[in-house]
Design a binder for this molecule. Structure first.
Ligand code: FES
Ligand code: FES
Length: 193
């Protein structure tokens, strides 16, 4: 049974070793932040080119539909859920600050590809970013994505700072205090009514 470390936790999959890692992450480990943009289990996932399934394997960005559980044996996998607990990674902060997210389907894969790029090349040229981020985005925010990754590089090198992105699962009431357009309507059935 293939064993590996996912987001810092040692795990063992009681699954076909030929299964692409993508399917084990999503269907068995419930790590659905890693997206499937068109990989099929039957063909080993090898025909898709979208990059939505990108994770870090021993720190390098790889498409999880292209690596089997057997190939992932003994390796350290990081998914979008494990990149930071509070969305404080510079790429995540810059994505929010640059409003580089539309539907968000491509975002986890691009964040992981960018995180992998910055870990091996902290100050990439625009051409190096374009070469490294070969992910599809159907929402047309690629120019903002590129700007966000350049900004993330500056943040990583402490040339710039960004206030942290909102923490996950923020309470609606707290969000309403931070977002002027949002108001929490009192529940007419609630206490005190
Ligand atoms: S799902 Fe892996 S490249 Fe598209
Ligand atoms: S933000 Fe929708 S696919 Fe990229």
């Amino acid at each position: 049974m293939p064993r590996m470390t996912i987001n810092g936790r040692p795990v063992e999959f009681d699954l076909d070793p030929d299964m692409p890692l993508l399917f084990a992450l999503r269907e068995a480990a419930n790590l659905t932040g890693t997206k499937n943009g068109g990989a099929n289990f039957d063909d080993g996932g090898s025909t898709c080119e979208c990059g939505a399934c990108t994770v870090l394997v021993d720190g390098a960005a790889l498409r999880s539909c292209r690596i089997t559980l057997a190939e992932a044996e003994g390796r350290f996998i990081t998914t979008i859920e494990g990149l930071s607990r509070d969305r404080s990674h510079p790429v995540q902060q810059a994505m929010v600050a640059e409003q580089a997210i539309q539907c968000g389907f491509c975002t986890p894969g691009i964040v992981m590809a960018a995180a992998g790029l910055l870990s091996r090349n902290p100050a990439p040229e625009r051409s190096e970013i374009e070469e490294a981020i070969q992910n599809d985005c159907r929402c047309g925010v690629f120019p903002r994505l590129m700007s966000a990754i350049e900004r993330a590089a500056r943040v990583s090198q402490r040339q710039e700072s960004i206030s942290a992105a909102p923490a996950p699962a923020i309470d609606t009431k707290d969000a309403a205090e931070a977002v002027p357009a949002l108001r929490v309507v009192p529940d007419p059935e609630g206490p005190g009514s």
